[in-house]
Design a protein around this ligand. Structure first.
Ligand code: UDP
Length: 489
């Protein structure tokens, strides 16, 4: 889906910032899902923005086109914004691995967690500022004074001062955060604040993530959302989903040389051709075995290793279930330098499990080469899961949780960060009070496997909740309101 090309606005000899090609989609396509009343509200919101903006543009800037919630969401939101007649663009910054090691450390600190990594000293500050300035200069080849630019996450905060000097209105949006401010969050804010002071407005996923020093500034709380019509979330035929899951090695059975077809967004028939980039599995789960699935980046805060240990320790009560830990190809997420090491740790842990546990646990890295094929694969795995797990140790807001809820799956997720806004315990899923509690996690998952009626009721509650609160129309309305207030200010 997302393709990079170089902006025609750059002059010869200057390195332009790569722009992501996004085809427009008419937001009225959402009408059948959200109903006429919400569709009318959406139409009014984006129409209002269009008329206030005039020739000005709205621009999103982040650090990767694939492999994480921000990229996932930006593609859809930019697509609908363009389809509403607003000139919306999406650019990604360019930086080296040293920079992304630094920003990954800031990511962990903003989640309130300590993390190894480069020191946040004056040298790091100068380097961070230089990368931000260089990217801002490149972006200023493509944006005009008065345009509205949203910078996403710590990777992009360094662009804010130069963009403001260039006459651009700047929003900084954080997709991460911590309810409890501590020495680690303080350290990250102390580093970022000199860059963020120049921004015009700020967006957080939860009110409690807003640091005290921003109290007097313009703040919007906007929760992330999903697109019910995307390849990841539109209905997928059960046979197709089962065939895709078999192709990923996560179900036994199927015909010899079975092919896995699906309907592409343009209406043509697609085929999932690729197999996992990595698959650690003794043999595929039997066709009738319940499947517990966690799909996440290979990030320590997603605690894939904790899910595995918990499952291995509680396997006896897990009703013959198998566990699939699924993440992207570790070479496919450019701004996440930890993926390879976290995946290697999981493989090491898996290799040391007794065979009786190991044979019920499967590690999968999905190919990222074709975004639509990847999305359909994730969709099939979520749809075919008996229980979806998200045992994160910290989570700004879990798109994987919403995706599973939309598919009426019973979810067991940690009661951390934004997940607490997504799920009300016992109504839309199960919340694990202490994300480190491996015994309780296995007990919750086992309880759902043994009580299909309760699992189905939670899945139905989850679907209703996702429909009411977490679809893209709500986010588009909130975004339009924020941009309008900035455009007229
Ligand atoms: N995802 C994916 N392939 C993978 C792993 C994750 O497409 O192998 C997607 C997942 O479906 C979700 C996003 O990446 O849309 C992750 O977003 P989330 O908010 O859950 O976590 P983040 O990675 O942003 O911390």
């Amino acid at each position: 889906m997302a393709q990079l090309f170089f902006s025609p606005h750059a002059t010869a000899g200057e390195a332009p910032l790569p722009e992501v090609a996004v085809a427009p989609a008419d937001p009225s396509l959402l009408r059948d899902t959200i109903g006429p009343e919400r569709a009318a509200g959406l139409d009014a919101a984006v129409g209002g923005l269009r008329s206030v903006l005039g020739a000005r543009r709205v621009i999103d800037v982040n650090s990767t086109t694939a492999g994480g919630g921000v990229a996932e969401m930006l593609y859809r939101i930019v697509r609908y914004t363009r389809g509403a007649g607003v000139d919306a663009r999406w650019f990604t910054i360019e930086a080296d691995p040293t920079f992304f090691a630094l920003t990954k450390r800031l990511h962990h600190l903003l989640h309130g967690q300590d993390a190894p990594g480069p020191p946040l000293d004056t040298h790091a500050g100068a380097y961070y500022a230089a990368v931000g300035e260089r990217n801002a200069r490149a972006l200023l080849r493509s944006v005009r004074p008065g345009d509205l630019v949203t910078l996403h996450d710590p990777q992009t905060a360094g662009l804010a001062p130069a963009l403001r000097r260039g006459g651009v209105r700047v929003v900084w949006r954080s997709h991460i955060g911590s309810d409890a401010h501590n020495e680690f969050t303080d350290r990250a804010w102390a580093f970022l604040r000199p860059f963020l002071d120049s921004a015009d407005a700020f967006v957080f996923s939860r009110a409690r993530y807003v640091p005290g020093w921003l109290a007097e500034r313009q703040i919007a709380v906007i929760q992330p959302s999903i697109d019910p019509l995307s390849a990841k979330n539109r209905p997928l035929d059960d046979h197709a989903a089962a065939a895709i899951v078999r192709r990923m090695g996560l179900r036994a059975g199927g015909r010899a040389r079975e092919r896995a077809f699906y309907r592409r967004g343009d209406g043509t028939v697609g085929q999932v051709r690729r197999r996992p980039v990595c698959l650690y599995s003794v043999s595929p789960p039997p066709a009738e075995a319940p499947l517990v699935v966690q799909i996440s980046r290979w990030d320590p805060l997603k605690d894939m290793a904790g899910v595995m240990s918990s499952f291995a320790a509680g396997a006896a009560s897990l009703d013959g279930a198998h566990l699939a830990l699924v993440g992207p190809d570790v070479t496919g997420v450019s701004d996440d330098p930890e993926g390879g090491a976290v995946f290697a740790q999981c493989v090491d842990l898996w290799g040391r499990l007794p065979l009786r546990s190991r044979s019920r646990i499967h590690l999968v890295c999905l190919p990222m080469a074709d975004a639509e094929e990847n999305a359909v694969t994730v969709s099939a795995l979520q749809q075919q899961a008996t229980v979806v797990a998200q045992k994160s140790l910290a989570e700004g807001f879990g798109l994987t949780v919403t995706e599973a809820m939309w598919k009426s799956r019973p979810v067991v997720a940690s009661a951390v960060g934004g997940i607490r806004d997504q799920i009300q315990h016992g109504v839309h899923g199960i919340l694990l009070d202490d994300p480190h509690d491996r015994v309780a996690f296995a007990a919750h998952a086992g309880g759902l496997l043994q009580d299909p009626g309760r699992a189905a009721a939670l899945g139905a509650g989850a679907r209703r909740r996702a429909l009411e609160h977490f679809l893209d129309d709500r986010q588009l309305c909130q975004q339009s309101a924020l941009y309008q207030s900035l455009a007229v200010a």
